[in-house]
Design a protein around this ligand. Structure first.
Ligand code: URP
Ligand code: ZN
Ligand code: ZN
Length: 459
């Protein structure tokens, strides 16, 4: 099957230009002016942006978190992703049983995604303890298409500094990337305990017990460990505050290389006042929402290139069910919020159309950079001959309002209810097939393929 996308404004990180795109089978064959092919179906994109299918390298589909399970499995979650313009995800594996090897979770995640995912997908490993066998297994994980691993500095299976350091060193030898959830566990736990003991149990105390400095201290510490490991590639997930960004800038100013930073739409657009609303539990996520001052700092960081990626941390729990576990005590509320469908339109509307970032920077942060850092590029993340036919046609003039009934996740709310948005996704294509059109899913259960990712720097 052939398709020509005609007269669109094609966007890459470097430029925006009017062109046609010919997709032949699953791949882009050529990009140019006045393309014609008798066999091709023609889609008119005049006046619209054509961007690469977006890449979300931070999702948690089907995540088991304590006694709660994220409500999107790999089908519902990837349908939502597709409708929101995302054609590839790299999902963070959940912790497995204590003591399990890395391949235990890899096998489990293949089982969870295979036959369900509607878009292409990869996985990040998770390090929940460290010993010789885990360090040896990292190489086999990379060979199996998983050249990245996540380390948590808080939660039950957190690593200590020496363990994190060993992972960083080994991943550097392998050309892999280590992702970190950065929060100072002892401080956060002390603050949470103190809140509960003093009767401060409402959702706002979720934010108060996880202060900016508890995050930035952990960011600075991780960057020191990565430096000590010879500038090992390090990726800070969901960076949420100004102090953390300053820690990153400090390290870079001192010459440290291979630091990658991700933030998420919620940290750019929502603030901690949300916790004071009657449905404040909807926003219990870690790190918590911060202040307008932090949002502005993150926008600046995104604009100037200090932040490379906008991921989502999509981790949905129903407000009327799982989130209610926290109704008398925020510490019992499962952490996480949905966002995989909202990311692309939100960032376009709040970022590009409000002149905070250029359309090229938008494409760089939601498509190209995540693909480059995590070994999906240039198959994904860029529109060029030979790349997969993954693209999004986005109408910059259309206006709409985000409401839960328009979303496709299985969760019972959107964190952005009632937000007015400019810029609407007309059509989403994955490997030459239309998977979403005018807000409706048109793809196929199980059509997504596992992406065997390459090591960092290998294109
Ligand atoms: O609250 C969050 N972010 N939940 C998902 C797990 C994580 O920390 O990324
Ligand atoms: Zn996290
Ligand atoms: Zn996460």
């Amino acid at each position: 099957m052939k398709t020509i996308i005609k007269n669109g404004m094609v966007v890459s990180p470097a430029e925006t230009y009017e062109a046609d795109i010919l997709i032949d089978g699953e791949q882009i064959r050529c990009i140019g002016r006045d393309l014609a092919d008798e066999e091709a179906r023609v889609i008119d994109a005049a006046g619209k942006y054509v961007i690469p299918g977006a890449v979300d390298v931070h999702t948690h589909m089907d995540l088991q978190a304590g006694s709660s399970r994220a409500v999107d499995d790999f089908y519902d979650g990837t349908v939502a992703a597709a409708c929101g313009g995302t054609t590839s995800i790299v999902d963070h594996m959940a912790f497995g049983p204590a003591g399990c090897g890395l391949h235990h979770q890899l096998a489990e995640y293949h089982r969870l995604a295979d036959g369900k995912a509607v878009i292409d997908y990869g996985f990040h490993g998770v390090a929940q303890h460290v010993n010789r066998s885990i360090l040896d297994e990292l190489e086999a994980m990379a060979e199996d298409g998983v050249p990245s691993i996540k380390v948590y500095l808080t939660y039950d299976f957190r690593l200590n500094d020496a363990e994190a350091f060993q992972i960083l060193k080994r991943m550097k030898e392998l050309g892999g990337v280590t992702a970190f959830h950065c929060e100072n566990h002892d401080i956060v736990e002390y603050c949470r305990r103190t809140c509960v003991e003093t009767g401060h149990t409402g959702p706002i105390y979720h934010a108060k017990s996880r202060p900016n400095l508890a995050e930035s201290e952990a960011v600075a510490r991780v960057l020191s460990l990565a430096r000590l490991a010879g500038d090992a590639p390090v990726y800070i997930v969901h960076l949420s505050c100004k102090e953390s960004l300053e820690a990153v800038r400090d390290a870079r100013r001192k010459g440290q290389k291979n630091i990658f930073v991700e933030t998420c739409p919620q940290y750019l657009t929502l603030t901690e006042e949300k916790y004071l609303e009657p449905d404040g539990l909807k926003y219990v996520m870690s790190p918590p929402l911060r202040t307008a001052w932090d949002c502005e700092a993150l926008w600046e960081g995104l604009a100037c290139g200090d932040i490379q990626v906008v991921g989502t941390d999509h981790c949905p729990f129903n407000y009327h069910k799982e989130k209610q576990l926290g109704k008398d005590d925020f510490t019992k509320c499962p952490n996480g919020a949905p966002g995989v469908e909202e990311r692309v339109p939100l960032l376009f509307s709040e970022g590009v159309l409000k002149n905070r970032i250029s359309v090229n920077r938008f494409v760089e942060t939601v498509c190209a950079n995540p693909a480059r850092i995590y070994g999906l590029y240039p198959q994904k993340g860029i529109l060029q001959p030979g790349a997969d036919g993954d693209l999004v046609i986005l109408d910059p003039a259309a206006e709409w309002t985000i409401t839960h009934d328009k979303m496709h996740s299985a969760v019972d709310y959107t964190a952005y209810e009632g937000m007015a948005v400019k810029g609407k996704i007309d059509l989403v294509m994955q490997r030459g097939r239309v998977v979403a059109e005018n807000g409706a899913f048109t793809g196929e259960r199980g059509a997504g393929r596992f992406i065997h990712r390459k090591c960092y720097g290998a294109e």
